[in-house]
Design a protein around this ligand. Sequence first.
Ligand code: FAD
Length: 301
Amino acid sequence: MKRVLTGIPVTAEIVRRFVAGETRDDLIRVAQTLLDSGRMVSVDFLGENTTDRAQADAMVAEYLSLINDLAALERSPRPGIEAPPVEVSVKLSALGQALPVDGPAIATENLRILCTKAAQADVWVTVDAEDHTTTDATLATVRELRREFPWLGAVVQSYLRRTERDCRELSGPGSRIRLCKGAYREPHEVAFQRAAEVTDSYLRCLEILLRGAGYPMVASHDPVPIAAAEDLAVETGRGPGRFELQMLYGIREAEQLRLVGAGYAVRVYVPYGSQWYGYLTRRLAERPANLTFFLRALVSK
Ligand code: FAD
């Protein structure tokens, strides 16, 4: 697990703050610990931008084994929370969406295979949001498959100017939507650039989703949206079984546990696999303090 990130060698210790490990065994150990603590999990097998069919097929095979292993984990039910505690998150680019011939159709078919298996195993599936050029194709795939798998979730990003409109369309009964700020570098024409604008957009989208009829998944570490979600849940009478708070593995662990203690449904997004480079780059870019953490870990080696 060694590579170079922006000129600095990345040690296993740094990667492991944000990534459960390179193997499925590593992941399963971490997932069980999270479940034992009352948290739920959404697992991402790392890999994106598949360039050939064989890679997409390998991704499907790993996800099928993953769903199998996750289904065997011990679950600790919590009062009032009926959501399956185990979910997988998947990127359509990893399932072949960008392949030159029939990419979106191949990704849709691959996702159908995963959803069929997940439905048998009582595991949810949510489709991650990638860069804005993929948003229409990804939402079209989710819309199509929700006819067969109404619990299939999608992700929207509040930095995109279109997202408030998407939230209005996606806030109907049964719709499972994860709202995040967005992690890709996007142009001004399509995305808000200032942090305050992104947070304001997040709060507007949050209100639409929490006042709507679907199942919102509030994915943020930012205290402002989390407090707003708590307030809106009280105001709209949404109990812990009707929305989730979500955070990434390795970030704000104490806050995750506080929210569990307060009775909320909390899901942790846990990545694993050897292709951690792109994921880790986005995490380090989000917060300068992570770079300090990273350098401190290097010095102490
Ligand atoms: P920020 O404004 O970035 O952070 C607010 C505060 O949270 C910070 O001040 C700090 O206290 C803490 N914090 C935030 N990030 C870190 C960090 N890396 N390390 C330590 N502390 C931190 N993005 C996508 O584009 N597509 C997806 O499909 C997607 N799925 C996601 C799923 C989940 C469950 C989560 C939690 C995030 C997901 N993201 C996704 C990432 C998301 O878009 C943001 O990049 C990320 O969550 C940071 O935004 P924030 O809301 O936490 O707010």
